[in-house]
Every structure is written in structure tokens, then in C-alpha cells.
Ligand binder design. Structure first.
Ligand SMILES: Nc1nc2c(ncn2[C@@H]2O[C@H](COP(=O)(O)OP(=O)(O)OP(=O)(O)O)[C@@H](O)[C@H]2O)c(=O)[nH]1
Ligand SMILES: [Mg+2]
Length: 320
């Protein structure tokens, strides 16, 4: 790998070259040697000044619409914003990226906004690894805030939102007793709760239910606020910006910020380890040695457990 190429790509990103930024994000998403070389140029602490906001919630809750509104409000304050829209690549959400593009369209010509969709294809460790790395890249490019939109289903997606500096959980009126939120693990990770689509019925009941469920956690230094919004009409978004700023101040003061950032680093390392283990496993279960073992089990000479142990532990006596 050409270390000089990696260095000049990172330098170009630091100097504000948007083409280079797009390329570096692709490199990071793909992982491997090229990503390693580039990220070696980007110390984790380089992103310390950048605030990350995770936006998560059920499919269709209005996360993208809310993100676009949030970006608009932050831009009005002169804040430079990067957006990572994590596409879960499920067959049911195939339209998500297109939808996000449409809603984000207002911002695509603003040089101080950078929007990127990130696919979660590939190895299970991929997303846990790539999101923290992409945040670091966007920080290096001078973004003051990075918003990460992930759908609030799936352990990995919820986990990623939960390691943001501030996690915003988006629900809709009629989530009723909040059981869905609890099941998805969203109650634990939310620093700010938004009841979007507050133009619909049942807002006050949902506020009450959520607040009651949050109160079950007992006394806490930071009590997550519950805010109604109508993202499509830009209502309540000022309050959201305000709540995020208050949470930021509280997290900085309490040491929670340091903890979150360590969790993000842990996710990244875990993802890298997982990717490598999977690569090693793939190698073990292919090739002639594997074919031999399969035949032995098929012939009744060995059994699957013994075969697996032999493959993993590398003893070749039985497999030869
Ligand atoms: N009535 C109403 N509709 C809204 C509001 N916010 C968003 N919507 C609509 O809800 C639909 C889904 O909005 P998105 O922003 O794509 O939701 P999302 O959570 O990003 O969806 P996925 O990324 O597919 O999970 C769109 O048709 C929006 O126009 C709101 O406050 N009120
Ligand atoms: Mg979306």
C-alpha cells in the first residue's frame, strides 16, 4: 500500500477538498489495507472538537426529515454539518437512500454540509468499524457536528446510535405504552426523545407514557427531555437543538462524554477483530483441507464437532 497516497488523500480532506472526502469515505467503508494506511494519519483525538448526534427510531418515524430540519437549524447558526445516513440494506427499506436524498436535497449545494449514505453490506463487523471511522474522517474535514441516522432496529444499528455523543430517539404518537421502544432497547440509549408527527393524535398521552417509563430509571444527573416535533413543518426543531446543546454541556461536565467516546473506540476495535476472525473462518471452511474433512464426515469416519475442532485448532492428524 502506498502510504504517500494515503497521506496526500488525508491532506486533501483536511484542506476541504470534497472530492477527496468522498473518496476517503469510500476507502474507509471498504476497509482493508488502504483504510488502515489512511486512518493511521488520523488520530482518534483529532475528532475531539466534533459533536456527534445519533438519530434513531422505527422505520418511517421521520428521522431523515428531522435530520434535514436539524441541519437547516444548525446551518443557520453557522455550524458545519456532516450527515451519515446508514442504510440497513434490508429488502424492506430499499427505498431509504432515495428518500433520504430527496429530503436532503436542500442541502446538497451547501459547501458546509456533507451528506453520505453508508451501506451496511459486508461483514458483521463492518458497520461497527466503519461508522466511527467515517465520523473521524468527517471531523478531519472540519465538520463541527456529525449527524448519524440509523434505523432503530437491530442490535448493531441501535448500538451505533447509542455511542453518539448525544442520542436522539424518534418515536411517533401512539407508541402508547412504549413497549416497542423498550423492546428495541431505545429507552436506555435516548438522551433526548422526540415525538415526531405531533400533528397527529395522541401526543400528550405518548409524552406522559414516555416520561413515566423514563422515570423508572430513578434519579439521574441527566433526565432525557421528551419533545414533540412536526419535522415536515419545522416545528419543535429549535427546542431539539436547544436540548442537544444542553445535553452536550451536561455530558462534558459529567464525564459521560469520555465514556461514550471510549465505547465508540471499543466498537471500532471490536469490528476490526470481528472482520479478521470472519476472514480467518472463511479461509478455514474452504479449500481442499475442508473438502477432505467434509468427506470424512460424510463417510462416517469423523463427526462434525470433531471436524470443526480439527479445523480450528489446526491439528492435521485427523484431517489428513
Ligand atoms: N404528518 C407528518 N409526517 C411526517 C412528519 N415527519 C416526517 N413525515 C413523513 O413521514 C414519512 C417518513 O419520513 P422519513 O423522514 O423518511 O422517515 P425515516 O424515519 O427517515 O424513514 P426510514 O429512513 O425509511 O426509516 C415521509 O412521508 C415524511 O414526509 C411529521 O412531522 N408529520
Ligand atoms: Mg431515513
Amino acid at each position: 500500500v502506498n502510504e504517500t497516497a494515503a497521506t496526500s488523500l488525508v491532506d486533501a480532506v483536511r484542506s476541504g477538498d470534497r472530492g477527496a472526502l468522498a473518496r476517503l469515505l469510500s476507502v474507509v467503508e471498504a476497509g482493508g489495507e488502504e483504510a488502515r494506511a489512511a486512518l493511521a494519519e488520523l488520530p482518534v483525538t483529532a475528532g475531539d472538537a466534533t459533536w456527534t448526534i445519533g438519530i434513531t427510531g422505527a422505520p418511517g418515524a421521520g428521522k431523515s426529515t428531522l435530520t434535514a430540519a436539524l441541519v437547516r437549524h444548525l446551518r443557520a447558526k453557522g455550524v458545519r454539518v456532516g450527515v451519515l445516513a446508514v442504510d440497513p440494506t434490508s429488502p424492506f427499506t430499499g427505498g431509504a437512500i432515495l428518500g433520504d436524498r430527496v429530503r436532503m436535497h436542500d442541502h446538497t449545494t451547501d459547501p458546509d454540509v456533507f451528506i453520505r449514505s453508508m451501506a451496511t453490506r459486508g461483514h458483521p463487523g463492518g458497520l461497527a468499524r466503519a461508522v466511527p471511522q467515517a465520523i473521524r474522517v468527517l471531523a478531519a474535514a472540519g465538520h463541527d457536528v456529525v449527524v448519524v441516522e440509523t434505523v432503530g432496529v437491530g442490535q448493531v444499528e441501535v448500538g451505533i446510535a447509542g455511542t453518539a455523543d448525544t442520542t436522539v430517539v424518534v418515536v411517533n404518537p401512539g407508541w402508547g405504552d412504549g413497549v416497542q421502544a423498550a423492546k428495541a432497547g431505545l429507552l436506555e440509549i435516548g438522551d433526548v426523545f422526540v415525538i415526531n408527527k405531533a400533528d397527529r393524535d395522541g401526543v400528550s398521552a405518548t409524552v406522559r407514557d414516555l416520561e413515566a417509563m423514563l422515570a423508572l430509571a430513578g434519579e439521574r444527573a441527566w433526565v432525557p427531555p421528551v419533545l414533540p416535533t412536526v419535522a415536515t413543518r419545522d416545528e419543535g426543531v429549535d427546542d431539539l437543538v436547544d436540548a442537544v446543546e444542553r445535553h452536550r454541556a451536561a455530558a462534558e461536565a459529567s464525564g459521560e462524554l469520555t465514556e461514550r467516546r471510549e465505547r465508540r473506540i471499543a466498537d471500532e476495535i471490536r469490528g476490526l477483530v470481528l472482520d479478521r476472525c470472519i476472514k480467518q473462518a472463511d479461509d478455514l471452511v474452504s479449500g481442499t483441507r475442508f473438502a477432505t474433512v467434509v468427506r470424512q464426515v460424510a463417510d462416517g469416519v469423523s463427526d462434525p464437532y470433531t471436524a470443526a475442532t480439527l479445523l480450528v485448532e489446526g491439528a492435521d492428524g485427523g484431517a489428513a
